[in-house]
Design a protein around this ligand. Sequence first.
Ligand code: HEC
Length: 225
Amino acid sequence: MLRNDCFACHSVVDRVAGPPYLDVSRRYLSPDAVLKKRLANKIAEGGGGLWYGGYMSPHPLLKLEQIDAMVDWVLAIHSMEQIWFQQCTPQQVSDWDLMERGRFRMEVSTNGNSEVLRSGHGDQVCFWGARAFASLEGKMVQVSGQVEVKVPGKYLFRLHKTGVGSLKINDQVVIREDVTDHEYIKELSEGSYSLVLNYQPVSASDTLILSWMTPSAEYFTVIGQ
Ligand code: HEC
């Protein structure tokens, strides 16, 4: 699906031209053969009228087995979503305070001021739970680090965030602060890439998770796993 045009109109969680795949899988929670056939036909022939008024283009060049596999993948997403969420143990920013090593470095500063109030390291950007960002309202959190890419291809980055945050890859903003833009596809060649995440917490129980779908993966994994 990453190699085809499916992600031009759909993303997993966000509403773009087409419905998010997660919403599609939640709409059809107990799919039977008739439903799967209907969805496969719609992908092959194109169509509209069920979601937000848009129209899906036909896909005459795809083989039936490919389309069936795509339908199965889309329909299973709601269950993968739960697994994905359990991959990371909830962390608090304060857990990172004293750590000196890790893939990512975190700095907390006062908004609009470059003075660093706290800093630390961690291996996964996976902050969630009741007190993830305790007493950081009005502060700016910056997390930066490098990722190694060994397999060239299309990568789908996902920044799951409840506050205001952006993601930069090699100094280019790829996920902007506006809440609706959580996913980004990037063609990467082998090498090392710098990631910088700027985040403004809005409450102590915010969620901030940075993950990706690698070219051969079935679903998102938290970066660093
Ligand atoms: C040109 C934009 C576009 C492209 C490209 C596209 N889609 Fe869609 N897709 C849509 C729109 C718009 C809808 C909603 C149609 C409707 O309202 O009935 C949709 C709906 C769907 C649905 C739900 C259908 C339903 O009846 O509920 C699935 C599943 C789907 N797309 C999968 C895919 C797959 C897989 C690909 C790649 C092979 C793909 N789409 C490519 C725009 C697109």
